[in-house]
Design a protein around this ligand. Structure first.
Ligand code: NAP
Length: 460
């Protein structure tokens, strides 16, 4: 049985869920395809009734949705509540703006007239990760359902209760059968879906390994795909940074969601003149975090999402140290029930150390000291990833100049306020392709059709 809720704060199994049978599997694909034939012809206003009702239910019942998330993957309850509220805002945003984003766009050919129309393309298969159990679902459901597409969704195997709760949310909001279907399926069944001619697009948020597998499968089938993958974002501190302000963002940027965020600050790149003070204050701030029950508002350090996530991270830290890195803080599991890890800082990571190129998905910061701004930019760009990054300086114009030179999909100056419904989210290089959220997010799975009118005689 591969879909299981384990509480990572206690290590106890909460509930298991069987994978669906082949017969159920075929039935669900058929229902989605049938639903599309009606849903595609609905108006934006009709779609918005259901999507905004789902937004309102989330907003009205925050705790009902937040608690299962905390139980299943250990997110601290205040962060879990914030995620439910944000998911509600994303759904409401697309319910309100989809028609405007997908309105026909007039073109200006030299002869005649032309415009681009946007129309849905069909059933989209979405594969989503456990680290934001609802936000990731809202990021695909809001735009793509409002665009007139229909979704089949495979959520991560460790958050089945959240996966089912989101499907129920849409049903409660009035979704017709087949509009949004949660699938408890294996990786082989996932491959079979991508091969199925009724499926027209693939959206993944997950690891680079999953990205390579799903993008290859989609490519073989000539299906459009979007890939939101991992990251190892640089957090650049220039010599004119406001250190008080910067340290608070450094702690938040590394430790939010117990460090399990794709666009978390993972590589701290600090200019020499501030490096010693930054490291001392950052170390003290991380050291002050206290592990506890993530359901308790006072807890400042939650568990990792699972025992295997903890084991993998500990192995990465050991490998980094064996490769010459120095551990200046933490590095061990915390001696208590559950999958807790000490906040950790590694320094002296040379380019030949495996850690230099890896993503650390948890409370482990990589610290680098550099000579100046140019060296900071060069180091930030010496990464296979290209998701986000941040720069801290009192000179905003300088911050913008540095941001322009960093090879990522997103840059933040004097903050790392990653996501807003209005702002496109995504990366380049091994961090994937395509964008979610904002106007761009709804354009990923629509047919952009050119229509031209011109009274022209055919060339002789
Ligand atoms: P993961 O192992 O790739 O899992 C993510 C999802 O992909 C899960 O639903 C998983 O299902 C599924 N999956 C994995 N391999 C698959 C395959 N071969 N065929 C079909 N489905 C497959 O990722 P993770 O390590 O749990 O999640 C964290 C990763 O996601 C990190 O690298 C993080 O940076 C990235 N992430 C990126 C973003 C972004 O927007 N760029 C946002 C959040 C997270 P199972 O659970 O059944 O294996």
């Amino acid at each position: 049985m591969s879909y299981q809720s384990f509480n990572p704060a206690t290590g106890k199994l909460v509930k298991s869920f069987p994978e669906i049978t082949d017969g159920e599997f075929e039935g669900k694909i058929a229902e989605a395809a049938k639903c599309y034939e009606n849903w595609r012809h609905g108006t934006y206003a009709e779609r918005a009734v259901i999507i905004s009702r789902a937004a309102a239910i989330l907003a009205a019942r925050v705790d009902d949705f937040a608690k299962p998330m905390t139980i299943e993957m250990g997110k601290r309850i205040s962060e879990a509540r914030g995620e439910v509220e944000f998911s509600s805002r994303i759904l409401a945003y697309y319910a309100k703006n989809a028609q405007k984003f997908l309105a026909p766009v007039k073109l200006h050919p030299t002869i005649g007239e032309a415009h681009m129309e946007s129309s849905p393309i069909g059933v989209i298969f979405c594969v989503e990760p456990w680290n934001f159990p609802y936000y990731q679902l809202a990021r695909v459901a809001g735009p793509h359902l409002m665009a007139g597409n229909v979704l089949l969704v495979k959520h991560a195997s460790c958050v089945p209760q959240c996966a089912i709760a989101f499907e129920q949310l849409l049903i409660e909001a009035g979704a017709p059968t087949g509009l949004y279907t949660n699938l408890l399926i294996s990786h082989d069944q996932s491959d079979a879906i991508i091969d199925d001619p009724r499926i027209k697009g693939v959206a993944l948020t997950g690891s680079v390994a999953a990205g390579r597998s799903l993008a290859a499968r989609a490519g073989k089938n000539l299906k459009v795909s979007s890939m939101e993958l991992g990251g190892s974002d640089a957090f650049i501190v220039l010599e004119d940074a406001d250190l008080e302000h910067t340290i608070k963002w450094a702690v938040w940027g590394r430790m939010y969601n117990t460090g399990q965020t794709c666009c978390a600050a993972k590589r701290f790149i600090v200019v020499e003149s501030l490096a010693a003070e930054f490291l001392a204050r950052f170390t003290a701030a991380l050291n002050a975090l206290r592990p506890g029950d993530p359901m308790d508002e006072k807890t400042t350090l939650g568990p990792l999402s699972s025992e295997s996530a903890l084991t993998q991270l500990l192995a990465q830290v050991n490998e980094a140290v064996a490769g010459g890195a120095k551990l200046v803080l933490g590095g061990k599991r915390i001696d208590r029930p559950g999958s807790y890890m000490e906040p950790s800082i590694l320094t002296d990571i040379k380019p030949e150390n495996p850690a230099f190129r890896q993503e650390f998905f948890g409370p482990v910061a990589l610290f680098f000291r550099v000579k100046d701004e140019d060296a900071a930019i060069a180091l930030a760009n010496a990464s296979d990833f290209g998701l986000g990054g941040s720069v801290f300086t009192r000179d905003e114009a300088r911050g913008k100049r540095v941001a322009t030179r960093i090879e990522t999909g997103m840059m933040f100056i004097n903050n790392i306020s990653w996501a807003d419904a209005e702002l496109p989210f995504g990366g380049i290089k091994d961090s994937g392709y395509g964008r979610e959220l904002g106007d761009m997010g709804i354009q990923e799975f629509v047919n952009k059709k050119l229509i031209r009118t011109a009274h022209l005689d055919a060339p002789a």
